[in-house]
Design a protein around this ligand. Sequence first.
Ligand code: PGA
Length: 259
Amino acid sequence: MSTERKPLISGNWKMHHNHFEAIQMVQKLSYILNPQDYEKVDVSVHPPFTDLRSIQTVLESDHMPILLGAQNCHWEEKGAFTGEVAATMLEKLNVSFVIVGHSERRELFGETDAEVNKKVKAVLKANMTPIVCCGETLEEKEAGKTEEKVIGQIMSGLANLKSEAVGGLVIAYEPIWAIGTGKTATPEDAQSVCSLIRSTVKEKWGSAGEAVRIQYGGSVKSGNCPDLMRQPDIDGALVGGAALDPDEFARIVNYRLVG
Ligand code: PGA
């Protein structure tokens, strides 16, 4: 990958770990990882909402260079939206990254491209970085519709954004058939879609295409991470299951030492 784009390894904990368990997780991680590990790679963890305040306190009081992330947010700043959490509330917890449009949110909770776009704008307005997810289902892949799906999600998810904003984003390519299934896209297939994403961004937003960081996600483990990270357009990984084991997640963060 390009030397200008610092890799970002993100652990998406999904609906795992209460705040006591979450504290133990980050303490273990900080024990395993050395300060120099963070010089080459940005690391973020994305616990459930109820853990964020506790993790923020631990990270800040122990000066841990792990960045805090959330898994979702609402686009409005306040109002009658029972059960929702505003991007501005996350900003107050020093959250750096917010995952937007994860396929589980789209598939299980009916999140649309238009909502993804509103969330991306809300996250940017609240001075955080969206990790915008895209990816095709197995049916779409088999029907040869991967490009159409991914380009469509990017164009609508990032609609009406300025080039400076797009350049600072993270895009996560996560083929849905690879999430939690143990099936990973081959490094070549993942590269080809990530390169398509980059050229799509370049075509529409110019130099933002070079700056935008693109993660791969879908059954990333320490064993397959080095080959994925060697691809020129893959700048990081969005890790689900393997991020729940601090030793394995630390090996992924240190993918350079493994492969
Ligand atoms: P997985 O999940 O690593 O368990 O496949 C990735 C994700 O959903 O972000």
